[in-house]
Design a binder for this molecule. Structure first.
Ligand SMILES: [Zn+2]
Length: 190
């Protein structure tokens, strides 16, 4: 069993987490040693953020960026284990960072990119933040496959047919590679 994602990813660049970040001007640019490659440049940043998080054993393989007018204004990854905070999902981390970086709670006009389809808590957080559109990589079913309870909770809240225009799946294959690496790690699931 792999104990380190670098066995799959190669050496990772230091995490850019929590702060407004990199502009990722080169579409699909791949960090050194990180062969996972997304078509969408913002999803690529989210994957790299997630990879940094799992390397640090902060939590699950969920990285997220908030983008406004083509600029990344917030980055975050799952920090549930690091903070002993069950609400510290990647989307929540990125939304908090974005609000802080532009000095407002209103993220109207922003897009959010996340490696896994948002759970009901994070979907609601996106709505509360007025995020305009959510792009996700792996699906709720993929989240379930690697041991997360999203689907169970999603059923409690009636599914998400009402959000078919709001939630858009992109770059699933690239995000699945991230999930595969996580699945082969010696880890505490969260
Ligand atoms: Zn969540």
């Amino acid at each position: 069993m792999l104990t380190d994602p670098t066995a799959v990813f190669g050496p990772l660049t230091p995490p850019p987490s929590g702060t407004p970040g990199g502009e990722a001007d080169t579409p699909g640019q791949t960090a050194p040693g990180l062969p996972v490659r997304a078509e969408n440049k913002y999803m690529q940043v989210a994957i790299e953020e997630a990879a940094a998080g799992i390397t640090l054993r902060h939590g699950g393989p969920f990285g997220c960026v908030v983008v406004k007018d083509g600029q990344v204004i917030g980055l975050g990854h799952n920090r549930v284990l690091e903070n002993n905070d069950p609400t510290c999902h990647g989307e929540i981390s990125a939304i908090r960072a974005a609000g802080e970086s532009i000095g407002t709670y209103d993220l109207s006009g922003c897009e959010l990119y996340t490696t896994g389809e948002p759970c009901p808590m994070c979907l609601c957080a996106c709505l509360w933040a007025n995020i305009s559109k959510v792009y996700y990589g792996c699906t709720i079913e993929d989240n379930q496959r690697i041991g997360f309870r999203d689907e169970k909770f999603d059923r409690l809240f009636g599914g998400r047919e009402a959000f078919s225009d709001y939630l858009v799946c992109i770059d699933r294959e690239a995000c699945l590679k991230l999930f595969d690496a996580y699945e082969h790690m010696d880890r505490t699931n969260y």
